[in-house]
Ligand binder design. Sequence first.
Ligand SMILES: Cc1cc2nc3c(=O)[nH]c(=O)nc-3n(C[C@H](O)[C@H](O)[C@H](O)COP(=O)(O)OP(=O)(O)OC[C@H]3O[C@@H](n4cnc5c(N)ncnc54)[C@H](O)[C@@H]3O)c2cc1C
Length: 488
Amino acid sequence: MNSPQRIIIAGGGTAGWMAAALMAHRFKSLPVVITLIESSDIATIGVGEGSTPSLKQFFAELGIADETWMPQCSATYKVGIEFCNWSPASGVPSYRHPFISQLDTFSQRPFEVNCQTRRLGLDVTTHPDKFLFNSYLAQAHCAPVTPPNFPFRMEYGYHFDSARLGQFLKKHAQQLGVRHVDARIAGVDTHPDGSLSTLIDASGQHYSGDMFVDCTGFRSLLLQQALAVPFVSFADNLFNNKAMVLATDTKAPLPVETKATALSNGWAWQIPLHSRTGNGYVYSDAYQTQEAAEQEFRRYLGVTDDAQVQHLSMQIGQVAQHWSKNCVALGLAQGFIEPLEATALHLVYQSARLFCDQYQHSGLKAQQSGTYNQQVTAQFDNVRDYIVAHYKLNTRNDSAYWQDNRNHRHLSESLLQILDTWYRGRDLAAHLANHREATHFHSTSWHCLLAGYGTFPALAPDQPGQGDLFKEHRLQQFFEGCLLNFKT
Ligand SMILES: Cc1cc2nc3c(=O)[nH]c(=O)nc-3n(C[C@H](O)[C@H](O)[C@H](O)COP(=O)(O)OP(=O)(O)OC[C@H]3O[C@@H](n4cnc5c(N)ncnc54)[C@H](O)[C@@H]3O)c2cc1C
């Protein structure tokens, strides 16, 4: 009989424990032994407090109900993100990018058609908040929990305490048989072909494995350090490299969305949990010193100098290969595209799921890494395009930071094509359907962004005064009626 495959996960942050729980669940009937090694002396990043609907899929796949994990992680529902003050000169001071629910089947096409009509200079409704149901929930502070007789499926993500989420997943993974070792990895041995063979801890203990999962955070001990896989920086069009975080009291009524407000040299998030409001300011130290950023952040929050601020550095980019030899990196070890759309754990789950699919299909074969790398890299690139567009389309003039973000020319070919399609008045939905696979940001997301930034030409002098599908389809009345089914 063959001996079981040994999978070693290095690192016990959210990425490590998500990977451990998912692999233990997926591989439960396979001859696989999973060991997670982490050092309690090395802190996790643990500021990730918002998710996409991917996290809902992750828990659904594990068979864990909201009622089981949410109270243990101080979690709240998240129906989307409100962007404030990113484009003041366009006449749209704020807009929402909500998660798309089944109810939006009725409004997505009218929204896209109206945007196309407006791009021809005709005066029709295009504000994203009007067209997508989760924005109505957000404005009314209603949770996306449906009564039993409500016939439509809702889509949502969560806000959560990431340290507690890690602890919850740790317990769950251990119950599924994952072995946990608390030790500091001090060395790595390789086979003659350069693949990894053994991790060695500070006391000289050896841990041999067949497959290694690098979840050691920005250090990337295995993939970037031991295997020397290069890191591809995104600094040429994503300038932010610093963040600071500070908790304040909970808000009442509890919001069901993240707020992302543009400040002078970056943006600030507000994330509602049951136990606190998580706040952060993401900025670039090339434009603002830590001291000046902290003062601005405190002023924005209205907090005193006694309140404790935690400062962080961020490396923005992705590894050149997410899977090299017998090592896959997940989480910050594989890359990070700044937290604006809270996509980090989304990318962890998508990558881990793809790895599990391939393993279940044909075992651990390094030659599968080609397809895997292509797909994961494309997912990172697609998220990057969407985030870069937020900065590129801003209309702020209060600092060099915002002007440089608007004026630089470092755009990917795919983003240039999206913007070109939009500006030429062509069918963006068709363009995206033909050119993009495997992306979290579908056509409606792009329409929210472009309409939300008021990216339209001047109105034409002659207006027919008809053809506004928002009014003709009576969408406001429809959504306000649906809203009566939901509670705060
Ligand atoms: C400012 C900011 C905001 C963010 N906001 C969000 C958000 O809203 N939503 C979201 O999804 N994500 C967000 N993220 C990202 C999110 O925090 C991380 O992706 C997530 O926490 C996963 O981190 P990780 O597990 O990869 O790394 P870490 O949390 O850094 O964990 C690394 C692990 O490796 C271990 N380790 C390191 N070296 C060794 C060693 N030598 N020996 C043994 N163990 C070792 C550590 O002990 C730790 O357990 C944000 C990140 C930042 C910086």
